[in-house]
Design a binder for this molecule. Sequence first.
Ligand code: HEC
Length: 109
Amino acid sequence: MKLVFAGLASVLFVIGNAAAASLDMASAEAMMKKDGCAACHAVDKIIIGPSYQEVAAKYKGDKDAPAKLVKKVKEGGSGVWGQVPMPPNVTTPDADVKALVGWILTLKK
Ligand code: HEC
């Protein structure tokens, strides 16, 4: 019994850790849809906004990128990728914005 419990606890620990560290592809795409990002963004193609792979490539090695992009997603803006503005995403929870930006920056072409 003790062994079963220990096993279960370590499985839960692994799951919890994975969620905190980074989103996997499926949960990230679900979050993009839930938060409305998917209307304008896809991982590998331009919709209205840049593809997330292009975003990751542009900010590769930029240690200020996570903070900068979290602010940009929340406040919106234009001029980095073209004249089309991203509207402010004010209703998206902070935790979602941070998780999505973190995930976007890990994408590779
Ligand atoms: C109505 C369309 C629209 C929605 C909804 C939208 N975006 Fe964007 N996004 C854009 C456009 C357009 C740009 C390019 C802005 C620019 O050129 O500065 C952009 C740019 C970005 C960038 C790069 C910013 C930069 O300065 O390089 C990130 C990261 C991003 N979006 C993430 C998100 C996330 C996460 C969400 C959902 C919470 C989201 N976007 C929702 C249209 C949208």
